[in-house]
Design a protein around this ligand. Structure first.
Ligand SMILES: Nc1nc2c(c(=O)[nH]1)N[C@H]1C(S)=C(S)[C@@H](COP(=O)(O)OP(=O)(O)OC[C@H]3O[C@@H](n4cnc5c(=O)[nH]c(N)nc54)[C@H](O)[C@@H]3O)O[C@H]1N2
Ligand SMILES: Nc1nc2c(c(=O)[nH]1)N[C@H]1C(S)=C(S)[C@@H](COP(=O)(O)OP(=O)(O)OC[C@H]3O[C@@H](n4cnc5c(=O)[nH]c(N)nc54)[C@H](O)[C@@H]3O)O[C@H]1N2
Ligand code: SF4
Ligand SMILES: [Mo]
Length: 689
């Protein structure tokens, strides 16, 4: 029998609905869902082929335990017993937990409660730290909250889209479609990026600048808007504070188009045109992603964007706003669920005694929960693991592959090797699993029910299409069973994801009015949805910001050079990112034939002139060396990249993160987008070394 199960694509934060076509318990294909307001009957290649890894023969099927240097298969009870016995050995300060932007809200809520209630620790975090942490910090300072302000369909309503540091057409293709919609209605599209990406092809105005010069460009645009009287005085007066301080900074002579043009490589005319288009638009919207946030000055970049949109009054209406495009399918949800070292669900601070009391009362742990003290974030956990005997000694990881994706890899490697006990739950045996003591087989997206929250804060339902392989279980169920083994069955009475969701809505005010039943509607529900009759909130800040006085706060920022600048030893600026065909550490896309056929090896993209200087040609194998480490890969010559810059995708086990350095102290995010490197040929494409 053939059935069609509509569920949510497991890749990016766009959250498209994909119909999985199931024949006799096997997914044989997909069709795009026509009813979804997000993708309206379209899918990108990853969505189209998102079924191909599900039945891969090397899915994890049974729990594995380490015996010396080998893993042996075991049953669930033995695995739970080993974990429970080991967890008893360590104090709460010695345990770290990583949740997952790849897992459902229910999986993440269960793990968060397990960390705080069973293990009594706030040492819980996840990969969002390397992603939009700068956004959360920056936008919270400006607006009081750190999320995307508007909806995806809303972007198509804009008459000027300013996209900076987001390669939307490759990384959020179905959001890219909204840019085409806006353009078809006469909207203008400004694109700012160091590379001429597939997104740049659509631009009406392309600002190609050196990475790390965003604040200079943004301050220059704001200065021009003010000099030409295009600021929105009414909005500034009625909705914001601290405007005079912004004015003082952006009107300095160092931010005039003439000066900024020299610094960034963008022409004076183009800077002026950008200011004019943004300043005169009726509805201007910003799209941004890792190009802004993955820099040591990421928080300042985000504040500058917030300043620009308040200056022009482009907040709180359809077609306007700041659309900080979330990356992973459920990174928004994992943050909302409180998988952060400093907050309970709904960004309620762990240090707030009223919240602490309220949640303790709902959870009813007889021996209390983690004290109201901020825990370690993901990188602190690995750093602490490097310093036995006082640091982190045991970790539980769900759906994270830090040995490929974390920055400053030598610290992470060292930390993981030092751990006395490591549990990893994944759908495949990853590089990180190699260091585990227990590996748990998880059900993937297509094998479980639950909910996920996409980049627009739209909560949608995941629907089970097929059974998991072997004895694999959904993560929420693994955690529930483990909690029972550890004596907390009463606190984890869940029989299905809806039980968890219902409890979560009592703990998380922004989700309070959402139910699994309401989510039967294919439109989903946007949070905040604080009570039953509430329709949800697609557009934030219509009347007030989330600061207690309701005002948005201008936070002027000065441009600072990136933490490293090229010199004669390391002459190129390396930026890393993604390509449309693959997903991060590649565990899923490299097992999808149609995607792997497109790109199957790591490479470095280099401008033809730089290639000549470096003495390399297409297909050569080169050593790429930074101040932190080195790796080897193939050369791809590309005129799309600015001279002086090189690009690598992060999807292969080349451990690109060997090259990247320490994270920013403000947000914990690393400078992935600008690392200085040297390039040396080792084997030319004709085999001569
Ligand atoms: N196909 C695919 N899609 C994905 C992912 C994937 O792995 N594969 N991952 C998802 C995730 S988790 C995320 S976070 C998003 C990321 O989505 P994006 O942020 O769109 O992707 P990136 O390739 O990391 O970087 C975006 C752009 O930043 C530019 N850039 C580099 N340096 C600078 C700079 O200094 N300033 C500016 N303004 N731009 C700069 C790069 O040239 C690049 O074009 O993608 C999501 N979507
Ligand atoms: N150099 C460089 N490094 C980067 C970046 C960059 O731009 N440059 N970007 C950073 C960013 S933005 C991000 S978001 C991170 C991503 O880094 P990660 O989150 O570590 O990478 P992923 O490959 O998305 O996968 C996490 C793991 O989840 C597993 N998984 C998938 N579904 C499930 C499930 O249902 N249950 C369980 N238990 N496991 C599951 C996958 O098999 C995979 O092993 O990488 C960061 N690292
Ligand atoms: S745009 Fe994102 S959510 Fe939509 S199909 Fe592509 S990868 Fe999946
Ligand atoms: Mo991300």
């Amino acid at each position: 029998m053939i059935t069609q199960v509509p569920t949510i694509c497991p890749y990016c934060g766009t959250g498209c609905t994909v119909n999985l076509i199931v024949s006799d318990g096997i997914i044989v294909g997909t069709t795009p869902n026509i009813r979804s307001p997000v993708n309206e009957g379209k899918l990108c290649p990853k969505g189209t082929y998102c079924y191909q890894f599900v039945h891969s023969p090397d899915r994890l099927k049974k729990p594995l335990v380490r015996k010396g240097d080998v893993f042996i298969e075991t049953d669930w009870d033995t695995a739970y017993h080993i974990i429970a016995e080991n967890m008893k050995i360590y104090s709460p300060e010695e345990i770290g937990v990583l949740a997952s932007a790849r897992c459902s809200n229910e999986d993440n809520y269960a793990l968060m409660k397990f960390a705080r209630g069973v293990l009594k620790t706030n040492n819980i975090d996840h990969g969002a730290r390397q992603c939009h942490a700068s956004t959360m910090t920056g936008l919270t300072l400006s607006f009081g909250m750190g999320t995307m302000t508007n909806s995806i369909p809303d972007i198509g309503e804009s008459d000027c889209i300013f996209c900076i540091g987001s390669n939307t057409f490759e990384q959020h293709p179905l959001i890219g479609r909204q840019i085409i919609r806006a353009k078809a209605d006469g909207g203008r599209f400004i694109y700012a990026d160091p590379r001429y990406t597939p997104t740049a092809i659509q631009a009406d105005l392309f600002l190609q600048f050196y990475s790390g010069s965003d604040v200079a460009v943004l301050n220059c645009i704001m200065g021009e808007i003010i000099r030409n009287g295009l600021e929105n005085r009414k909005f500034i007066e009625s909705r914001t504070r601290e405007y005079e301080s912004l004015k003082r900074v952006v009107l300095q002579s160092k931010y005039t188009p003439q000066e900024v043009s020299i610094l960034t490589g963008v022409s004076r005319e183009d800077l002026k045109t950008a200011a004019n288009w943004i300043g005169t638009a009726k509805r201007c919207t910003v799209l941004y992603a890792m190009g802004l946030s993955q820099q040591s000055g990421g928080v300042n970049n985000v504040r500058a964007i917030a300043n620009l949109m308040m200056l022009t009054g482009n907040i709180g209406r359809p077609g306007t706003g700041i659309n900080a495009l979330r990356g992973q399918n459920n990174v928004q949800g994992a943050c909302d669920m409180g998988c952060l070292s400093d907050s309970f669900p709904g960004y309620q601070p762990v240090t707030d005694s009223v919240v602490h009391r309220k949640i303790s009362k709902i959870w009813k742990f007889p021996d209390g929960i983690a004290p109201p003290r901020i825990g370690y974030d993901i990188l602190q956990m690995f750093q602490k693991a490097m310093h036995p005997p006082f640091g982190i000694k045991a970790m539980v990881l769900m759906g994270e592959n830090p040995l490929v994706s974390e920055p400053d890899l030598s610290t992470v490697e060292h930390g993981i090797k030092n751990l006395e006990f490591l549990v990893v739950s994944d759908i495949f045996f990853t590089k990180t699993c190699e260091h585990a003591d227990v590996v748990l087989p998880a059900a993937c997206y297509a094998e479980k029910d639950g909910t996920v929250t996409n980049t627009e804060r739209r909560v949608q339902r995941l629907k089970k299409a097929v059974d998991p392989p072997g004895v694999a279980l959904p993560d929420w169920q693994i955690i529930t069973n483990l909690a029972s083994h550890m004596g907390y069955g009463d606190q984890f009475p869940y029989e299905c994801p809806a039980d968890i969701f219902n409890e979560m809505t009592q703990v998380c005010p922004a989700y309070q009015g959402i139910t699994h039943e309401k989510l039967m509607n294919p439109d989903g529900v946007f949070w905040p949805c604080p009570f039953d009759e509430h329709p949800g909130t697609p557009v934030l800040y219509k009347e007030r910001f989330y600061h207690p006085d309701g005002k948005g706060v201008f936070c002027p920022v000065e441009w600072k050079p990136p933490s490293e600048l090229p010199d004669s030893l390391y002459p190129y600026r390396l930026t890393s990112g993604r390509v449309i065909w693959h997903w991060h550490t590649g565990t899923m896309t490299r097992r999808s034939k149609n995607l792997a056929d497109e790109v199957s090896e790591a490479y470095i993209e280099i401008n033809p002139a730089d290639a000549e200087t470096a003495g390399v040609t297409e297909g050569d194998v080169v050593i790429v060396r930074s101040r932190k480490g080195s790796l080897s890969c193939n050369v791809k010559i590309a005129s799309d990249i600015k001279a002086g810059m090189v690009f690598m995708p992060l999807l292969f086990d080349t451990a690109l993160s060997r090259l990247t350095g320490k994270p920013s102290p403000e947000s914990g995010t690393s400078e992935y987008k600008s690392v200085c490197v040297a390039i040396k040929p080792i084997i030319s494409h004709d085999g001569v070394s």
